[in-house]
Write a new protein. Structure first.
Length: 443
């Protein structure tokens, strides 16, 4: 293909979607001799945003434009269009947006699910955050499915009915992952057996290197000091699942494992507990969004990208894996207010109202799950997140004291107010240090 390109033609647009990392560099290396000033490369792979920015810096002096465009929707998005998040030079984005609008998915109002995200690597960064949110959501849904199947002994088709009812209205309406959960729970092979029943409990996409966005999201959360427990715990859950042989070895050594799920004995009716499961799931999904957006907002402030969050939420309304209309409505209503707290979404009244309605159910589900030894890493992490994110006194008081004891790390005092996350002015000699000098004095 490269040798068939003729120089002197109008600026060319190259679109590629290949595995992240070295594959993209190899393609660019082969393509580079045939690129001319004004040409545009539209990278629609799930590329690492730092690699995107490196390529932009390398090509910019030559007048070659590199747009990092996140694409969501999976392989089936070819049927209905994907959600697209392009980032790069503003003038070049104006040129490619008409093309992207033609191929992008449309939301219920007929709007294309694409928009110019911002400069540099912001497009791929937004897609990375999308995938981090996705991991938190998928874990919570899987945990709820497992409770229904293994602890409530509901049949696959009964679970499919529940997912379908949740997806029709209420806080989980038009949620893509819930909707396909119904399809997965109902699908049978030609011999009448359920496809789901033969799927092994291994998620290997992170371990085999084919998926990097979840890893990068967690790295960014840690680097930027943003708590993302729903997302991070989900990722660690996937990591543990991937090495099934290791789990089997531990299970054997423990003589059957540390614990295994048992039946839930309901004090209330089954429909009432199913309602609790719905609200518990909603709380976890909403917090996945909040945590992912907190990482994005922190990076936005650091890089001066000036992102438009209402537009980002809009492109997530169609063609993408995390589509969830009610959650998008809630978050959009927050960002509509000029006086909203953009840095801390949990401090906005709309979010507080939603969590106030759902957290009691989340607590019931987590308590019952602990009682019967089922697995709820993301659900329980969400509950703890909401607890400690709203607390005015944490056990970390003692942690800070120990840090000062052995490392002279200093601390702040209660009468000084919350302050900023910076080193405190106070240190206390908790125990007088002794050494050789002191020993000699005592002789």
């Amino acid at each position: 293909m490269c040798h068939s390109l003729k120089s002197g033609q109008d600026p060319k647009l190259f679109v590629f979607s290949i595995p992240h990392g070295g594959a993209g560099d190899a393609v660019l290396k082969d393509l580079r001799p045939h690129l001319e000033r004004g040409d545009i490369i539209l990278d629609c792979s799930n590329e690492y945003w730092k690699f995107t920015e490196r390529r932009q810096r390398e090509l910019e002096p030559h007048g070659i434009h590199y747009i990092g465009c996140g694409v969501s929707g999976g392989y089936q998005s070819a049927r209905h269009g994907p959600s697209l998040s392009p980032g790069g030079n503003a003038e070049v984005l104006k040129k490619v947006i008409p093309f992207l609008q033609r191929v992008a998915a449309k939301d219920k109002q007929g709007r294309a699910c694409t928009t110019p995200i911002g400069p540099r690597g912001s497009g791929h960064y937004v897609k990375m955050i999308h995938n981090g949110i996705e991991q938190g959501m998928m874990s919570a849904i899987a945990e709820v499915w497992f409770i229904m199947n293994k602890c409530l002994h509901m049949k696959y088709e009964e679970i499919a009915d529940v997912f379908e009812s949740w997806n029709k209205d209420g806080p989980l309406r038009d949620n893509f992952l819930v909707s396909i959960g119904a399809d997965i729970s109902r699908t049978k092979k030609d011999d009448g057996t359920f496809v789901l029943s033969e799927v092994l409990d291994k998620v290997v996409q992170d371990a085999d290197g084919s998926e990097g966005t979840g890893i990068w999201t967690n790295e960014e959360a840690i680097r930027l000091h943003v708590p993302t427990p729903t997302i991070t715990t989900a990722h660690l859950f996937r990591c543990a699942s991937a090495d099934a042989a290791s789990r089997l070895a531990v299970n054997k050594t423990f003589g059957g494992g540390v614990a295994g799920p048992s039946s839930i004995e309901l004090r209330s009716s089954l429909p009432a507990f199913i309602e609790d499961l719905k609200l518990a799931l909603y709380a976890a999904l909403l917090c996945s969004f909040i945590q992912g957006l907190h990482v994005l907002k922190k990076m936005d402030r650091q890089e001066d990208w000036h992102l438009n969050y209402r537009k980002i939420l809009q492109i997530w309304r169609g063609g993408c894996i995390i589509q969830s209309d009610h959650i998008s409505d809630v978050l959009d209503s927050v960002h509509t207010r000029e006086d909203h707290d953009g840095e801390n979404l949990l401090a906005n009244r709309e979010i507080v109202e939603e969590l106030t309605k759902s957290l009691p159910s989340l607590k019931k589900v987590v308590l019952k799950s602990v009682e019967v030894d089922t697995y709820v890493p993301s659900l329980s992490a969400t509950l703890e997140y909401c607890k400690y994110s709203s607390s005015t006194m944490l056990p970390t008081q003692f942690m800070e004291a120990e840090l000062d004891y052995f490392g002279e790390h200093n601390y702040e005092t209660w009468d000084e107010g919350p302050g900023k996350p910076v080193k405190g002015p106070h240190h206390f000699e908790w125990k007088r240090a002794t050494g050789l000098v002191d020993e000699k004095k005592g002789q």
